[in-house]
Write a protein that binds this ligand. Structure first.
Ligand code: NAP
Ligand code: 8YV
Length: 323
């Protein structure tokens, strides 16, 4: 047989762990980009799996008639049209749980950076200003006495909440369904949560139902002592409303790991002093990214060897035709 192993296509950038492990069990075809024009007819007919990091254009998905599985590098799979995959009987997998602790650690770090301006203080020291100008200015904001609201209390939201308990702040949340296994107060709407707290941490998926839900109205409800932290997806926050709220003192500060049009961050946001910005690094340690990479490959192996993916997304609860 010319190609006894399943053929996996990887369009564009991908975790090195995935690229290193795939050839042990699969024929790996790497594409320089997601452009379907790069796919030869021969490859198109062979491909039964895609491993993807970031966006997968639907035209590329549809270039492969025998596609069975799309293994997404990341727990968020907003870059893959899972509804379309479902309509074709294609299973989509993601990388839940293995990154919860790393992302939660980063969220707490970003919150502290935003409140206490620690990255700015470090730059002050490095620029010799401690010697020249004396002590760094006191931070107007503190975590002391804050009430934190989590927008999303799933796997990562809960890991953030558990960490925040140790900081002695009050914790509440909004999600569509109330959890029975926590004591935190549940608010049935995002606006009600924003009215009740002064610190909002966004950790919901980037879907149509969350798109631009953190808008001017929600930010006004958060109030002038309010702090917004976003470690979910940029699409959840209306960036223009956020910039206006930060410029006009509608809220006090924001810490952002994710943006609407990554890697582009609006100049207006970068010009503000009351923001702390990270380039989407919440899960970005070697150990955690390798664990995510392993789960991508293990999903593919499980699918082709056992007929079941390890972590399929809810839209595609399929089993492989074992016959
Ligand atoms: P999860 O376990 O599925 O939790 C999602 C939470 O959001 C649940 O509490 C869910 O509750 C809530 N939710 C979903 N849609 C909602 C809506 N329309 N309104 C209100 N609440 C809603 O997901 P996870 O593993 O914690 O990951 C969450 C997201 O974090 C990922 O999808 C990804 O986008 C993002 N993320 C970012 C990074 C980063 O590097 N910055 C890293 C990892 C993950 P209900 O369903 O009850 O509403
Ligand atoms: C990764 C993420 O940065 O898992 C997610 O949803 O956003 C991050 O862990 C991303 O998947 C890498 O492309």
């Amino acid at each position: 047989m010319a190609h006894p192993r399943p053929t996996v296509i990887v369009p564009g950038k991908m975790s090195q762990r995935v690229l290193d492990r795939l050839p042990e069990s699969f024929e790996l075809v790497w594409l320089a980009s997601s452009d379907p024009a790069l796919v030869t007819q021969d490859v198109a007919e062979r491909v039964s799996a895609i491993a993807v990091q970031g966006a997968l254009p639907t035209e590329l998905m549809d270039a492969f008639p025998k596609l069975e599985i799309i293994a997404n590098f990341g727990v968020g799979y907003d870059g893959v049209d899972a509804g379309h995959a479902a309509s074709r009987g294609i299973v989509v997998t993601n990388t839940p749980d293995v990154l919860n602790d790393e992302v939660a650690d980063t969220a707490v770090g970003l919150l502290l950076n935003t409140l206490r301006r620690l990255p700015v203080a470090e730059q002050y020291l490095r620029q010799g200003r401690w010697v020249k100008d004396g002590a760094f200015p006191l931070s107007p904001l503190t975590l002391r006495g804050r009430s934190v609201g989590l927008y999303g209390l799933g796997r990562i939201g809960l890991a953030i909440a558990r960490r925040l308990e140790a900081f002695g702040v009050s914790i509440a949340y909004h999600s569509r369904s109330r959890r029975d296994d926590v004591e935190y107060i549940h608010y049935p709407t995002l606006k009600a949560l924003a009215e009740a707290v002064d610190t909002l941490v966004v950790i919901v998926p980037g879907t149509e139902s969350t798109r631009a839900t953190v808008n001017g109205e929600v930010l006004s409800a958060l109030g002038k002592n309010g702090v917004l932290i976003n470690v979910g997806r940029g699409s959840t926050v209306d960036e223009n409303d956020l910039i206006a709220a930060l410029q006009n003192g509608v809220i006090a500060a924001a810490g952002l790991d994710v943006f609407e049009n990554e890697p582009h961050v609006p100049e207006a946001l970068m010009a503000l002093e009351n923001v702390s910005l990270l380039p989407h690094v919440a899960s970005a340690s070697e150990a955690t990214r390798n664990a995510m990479g392993n789960l991508v490959v293990d999903n593919l192996i499980a699918w082709f060897s056992k007929g079941e993916a390890l972590t399929p997304v809810p839209e595609t609860p399929f089993e492989r035709n074992k016959g």
